[in-house]
Ligand binder design. Structure first.
Ligand SMILES: [Zn+2]
Length: 241
């Protein structure tokens, strides 16, 4: 497909303009920083793009403000009373200073209790919580991956979990290796499952073309809803398709 992209500035907002063979102009604002992207049909000139951006300026600014609010929300102090997410549910953090081994546990379905040493810094507490997120994912994922390998009929050679800034997951079809974003521990289980299915489907089809979407729709019919949910939830760091 013939595409070209460049940037224009509209009222101080940098806009990525992507020209491709499509019928309608499509404007979107992406997390985490509110990047504005306009996909336009080949024959539409920048003046028309500028107009389209101007007419939706307040909508764009609302969106950008919302994303900036989310980024702020992701900067935590790891103190009692803060909200933290696990598997799509919000928990209140209860930080208790102890002199025993630091650990994290769920209490009464509503509280995330953290036992920390009195000397622990913010960074050390964050590390403790993320280690717990990682362990939780490692407990869930083997069975989930195995289930979908069976349904899709492709096998994953290796998989891992890491913090990624721009992707919920990645797949290297040649190595048959998938990576899943540690941040997924905060999301509802079906969002995690959607990313697992998406990455395994890449073993059948590398790109996000119609064939790929067809596989997704046959294996997981509501996948578009899950994707939208994933990109709309608090702490979504980057859009993902
Ligand atoms: Zn993909």
């Amino acid at each position: 497909m013939l595409t070209s992209s460049h940037q224009i500035n509209v009222n101080g907002i940098t806009v990525d303009v992507v020209r491709k063979k499509i019928k309608n102009l499509h404007l979107a604002v992406y997390p985490p920083d509110g990047r504005v992207r306009v996909a336009v049909p080949l024959r539409i000139h920048d003046d028309a793009v500028r107009m389209a951006v101007l007419t939706r300026l307040s909508w764009i600014k609302d969106k950008q403000a919302k994303f900036q609010g989310q980024v702020r929300q992701s900067e935590r102090d790891y103190i009692s009373g803060e909200s933290h997410y696990f598997m799509g549910q919000r928990y209140l953090l209860d930080v208790i200073a102890v002199n025993t081994k630091p650990r994290v546990m769920i209490k009464n379905h509503t509280t995330l209790e953290m036992h920390v040493l009195p000397t622990m810094t913010r960074e050390e507490k964050e590390k403790l919580l993320y280690a717990w997120y990682r362990t939780s994912l490692k407990n869930i994922l083997p069975a989930m991956i195995e289930k979908w390998e069976g349904i899709i009929g492709e096998s994953v050679k290796s998989w891992g979990i890491k913090r990624m800034k721009t992707r919920w997951g990645t797949c290297n079809p040649t190595a048959r290796r998938i990576w899943l974003n540690l941040e997924l521990a905060k999301k509802p289980l079906h969002c995690l499952e959607y990313v697992v299915v998406h990455e395994i489907v890449h073993l059948l089809e590398r790109t996000h073309n119609d064939r790929f979407k067809g596989f997704m729709s046959s294996f997981m019919p509501p996948w578009r809803h899950y994707r939208a949910e994933l990109n709309a939830l608090p702490l979504a760091h980057e859009t993902w398709e």
